[in-house]
Ligand binder design. Structure first.
Ligand SMILES: [Zn+2]
Length: 271
């Protein structure tokens, strides 16, 4: 599933090819995504200039004037740049045609993604309005995290994955950040001290930054490439490493379930 680093890499891959260009047409071959692609969308986009491509959580926002085209990649979606578009393949659902002939092609086998219009003010769109701060935003700091966790008895991992508190910390990154911060994922959020939360903020950022940096080497996958963009394989400390020795202390990594998701931790390094 595309996580924040893949979405950010997509944004950076699209920007030099689509930023500042004018949209000529939107061709919807199959509108049946998570929500139907609105029939009014082409009329809202055609003839408009893409002023900026931004990311909010895992949403891409193509700013056109006051509104924006809002794209989510769902479980299996990808958005690719074609300077000489090849014939459509199965699961190529939408083409965005630009004034220089470039095509942005949306491909999504499972069709859990979204392509919607967000009118001004874009931030008030129902999918965006309740989102917490971005992990790289200066407002996401230890004091903030303490203020939103001090009365939460839920496990710190579940708090970290709650989009109302902070966006973009998916399961892999929550597992890895908690390992790096030395915090056991099952600890009640209210019991994690401000000092340890400060460490956690740093580790969330560095884990995501490393994944985005890895993505940088795959940027060309988004342009005129036949293959699917890959998902970044970090050298995980704990994720997917059940019963394997901890890379730091050698203790076997434990796997449990939390909120329906797999949690991995080192019982020695994380307390
Ligand atoms: Zn360990």
């Amino acid at each position: 599933m595309p996580e924040l680093p893949e979405v950010e890499t997509t944004r950076r891959g699209l920007l030099p090819h689509a930023g500042g260009r004018t949209i000529v047409a939107l061709r919807v071959y199959d509108p049946r995504l998570r929500w139907p692609v609105p029939p009014t969308l082409e009329g809202l986009l055609a003839g408009r200039r893409i002023d900026a491509i931004e990311r909010r959580s895992k949403y891409l926002l193509f700013r056109v004037g006051e509104g924006a085209l809002l794209v989510h990649l769902g479980m299996t979606g990808s958005l690719r740049v074609h300077t000489r578009p090849p014939p459509r393949r199965p699961h190529d659902h939408v083409d965005l045609l630009l004034d220089d002939g470039t095509v942005l092609r949306y491909h999504d086998p499972r069709r859990f993604g979204a392509m919607l219009w967000a009118p001004a003010p874009v931030e008030a769109h129902p999918l965006l309005a309740a989102l917490g701060p971005e992990p790289f935003d200066p407002t996401f700091d230890a004091a903030y995290l303490r203020s939103v966790t001090k009365r939460r008895r839920a496990a710190i991992k579940l708090a970290l994955m709650d989009n109302h508190l902070v966006v973009g910390v998916g399961n892999i990154y929550a597992n890895e950040s908690l390992f790096r911060a030395g915090i056991r994922p099952t600890t009640g959020a209210h019991r994690v001290t401000a000092r340890r939360l400060a460490r956690l903020v740093d580790e969330v950022r560095s884990t995501l930054e490393e994944a985005i940096a890895k993505g940088g080497s795959t940027l060309r996958d988004y342009v005129d490439s036949a293959g699917e963009p890959g998902y970044f394989q970090l050298d995980y400390f704990v994720y997917g490493r059940e019963a394997l020795p901890c890379r730091v202390c050698g203790t076997p990594i434990r796997a449990i379930r939390q909120g329906g998701r797999a949690t991995y931790y080192c019982p020695n390094c994380q307390r």
